[in-house]
Ligand binder design. Structure first.
Ligand code: BES
Ligand code: ZN
Length: 456
């Protein structure tokens, strides 16, 4: 193992340079104009998998973006890891807030800045480089591994469930390893044992056939922007509780043990507010900030659009108003059930003065696991060796839809070992990844393969 770690140390700068090449590809899955870039990124990943010594490398077409697959199955008798990650990234707008171009990775103050640096290209590359180090030094891996890297995670992994169901035999493994989450804080590595789920909707309201003069018509015709605001305002009460009937029915309550464990984590509310420019925190009464983001469901407005928003003033009654709405779900809320409850309720709330169109978009199930299995313990040892400190156990507020599918369809536990930091601007301008965490993450990944390899 020392040889492998030496190799990673010696190649530290080269690894970072190569990561820049991957980060240069604008593989934005949400934007149709980037379809060719998404494909190019899949091909680049396949090329890299070949270079590092994986076998059976291929792009597997789906009705959406291809899944990149590659494996190395020469460790007879050892367990098999299914490594999952995503090569697609989020859009970059607002572009003017980036301090360096999002697809020209730039290192400043020990962080590499680029879209996808943390989420998730930097983290998948970490594992590729760990494989490379083993292969270059030993000509083999200490474990069997199947890489499966998808290109639609940031748009809800719409085709991935079918992919998993139709490739069950190829994906057979003992454990899933994922690096698409964060560390609790700088210097505090973590293993994540729970993710929230998601349901997402677009609401379109129409109040008239065309925009109307607000002098001639104002007062006689309902304003869809106003109606939409009123409808949204009725969905949460002042204590932060969501007012959709039945919404909380299946929510699993936090255990005392969890609450106590989380209370010992080094979380500083004052710093949190300051770091993110938040004047005063708001959330469901009776829960701490960590509890609110990790273990309680949400109702959010992700976007609002209506009427005149240019410079100056225009006297107009907008014809339409639009909102993007999403709800984060926790175990055991079921996305289809929550979606139906929301749709019914929002239709009940809509007055007859507007036409309402409700469109459901992507989503995913919540996931939670116990962390007393040998794979999680192996990861704990690997992380401790790579980062010099044992990991804390966290849940996360974000979603990775396929994790529950791995559990349900393949019966596989997942180990979520992420190295992003909370302030690394995932989905926002100036996304970055700490170069030291990237490097330690490669070492921890390399050790993780060895630790898991020793388990059978
Ligand atoms: N890497 C994130 C998931 C994540 C976020 C894990 C925060 C832990 C903490 C992932 O790429 C992501 O953003 N997922 C989407 C999924 C959605 C589009 C279904 C999300 O959570 O919004
Ligand atoms: Zn991600």
């Amino acid at each position: 193992m020392d040889k492998v770690i030496d190799f990673i140390n010696v190649n530290r700068d080269r690894y970072l340079e190569e990561l820049k090449t991957l980060l240069a590809i604008p593989s934005i899955s949400a934007l149709p104009e980037h379809a060719a870039d998404v494909k190019r990124c899949a091909e680049w990943c396949a090329g890299e998998m070949g270079r590092i010594g994986l076998q059976n490398v291929k792009l597997v077409d789906t009705p959406g973006n291809p899944v990149v697959y590659g494996d190395w199955l020469g460790a007879a008798g050892a367990p098999t890891i299914l490594f999952y990650g995503h090569y697609d990234v989020q859009p970059v707008d607002p572009l003017n807030l980036w301090e360096s171009p999002p697809f020209e990775a730039t290192v400043r103050d020990g962080e590499i800045y680029a879209r996808g640096a943390a989420d998730d290209k930097g983290q998948i590359f970490m594992h590729m480089k760990a494989v490379e180090a083993h292969m270059k030094q030993n000509g083999r891996l200490p474990v069997n591994i199947k890489f499966m890297i998808e290109g639609e995670e940031e748009v809800g992994s719409e085709h991935l469930d079918d992919f998993v169901r139709s490739h069950k035999a190829e994906l057979e493994a003992d454990v899933v390893v994922i690096s698409d989450s964060g560390m609790f804080a700088r210097g505090v590595p973590s293993i994540c044992y729970g993710l929230r789920g998601l349901v997402y909707f677009q609401l379109d309201l129409r109040g008239s056939g065309t925009d109307l003069h607000s002098g001639s018509f104002g007062g006689a015709v309902a304003n869809p922007a106003f109606v939409l605001a009123q409808m949204i305002a009725q969905l949460k009460d002042r204590s932060g509780r969501i007012k959709i009937p039945g919404f909380y029915d299946d929510v699993v309550a936090l255990t005392d043990a969890e609450r106590q464990a989380w209370a010992t984590l080094p979380f500083n509310e004052r710093k949190y507010k300051k770091d993110f420019g938040i004047p005063k925190l708001f959330g469901e009464t009776g829960y701490t900030t960590l509890e609110r983001t990790w273990a309680r469901p949400t109702f959010e407005v992700n976007g609002l659009l209506s009427g005149f928003t240019g410079e100056g003033a225009k006297t107009v009654l907008p014809a339409v108003a639009m909102a993007k709405i999403s709800m984060r779900l926790v175990p055991n809320q079921e996305p289809n059930k929550i979606a139906a409850l929301f749709q019914q309720h929002i239709e009940d709330l809509a007055p007859k003065t507007v036409e309402l169109k409700v469109t459901r978009m992507h989503g995913g199930k919540p996931w939670m696991t116990s962390f007393d299995n040998p794979y999680v313990q192996a990861a704990g040892r690997a992380i401790e060796k790579g980062f010099g400190r044992a990991p804390v156990f966290t849940r996360e507020g974000g979603s990775i839809p396929v994790v529950s599918t791995f559990q349900e369809e393949l019966g596989l536990p997942s180990v979520l070992f992420g190295v992003g930091l909370p302030d690394e601007n995932a989905h926002a301008p100036n996304e970055k990844l700490d170069v030291g965490n990237f490097h330690n993450g490669i070492i921890a990944s390399a050790i993780l393969y060895e630790e898991i390899g020793n388990l059978k």
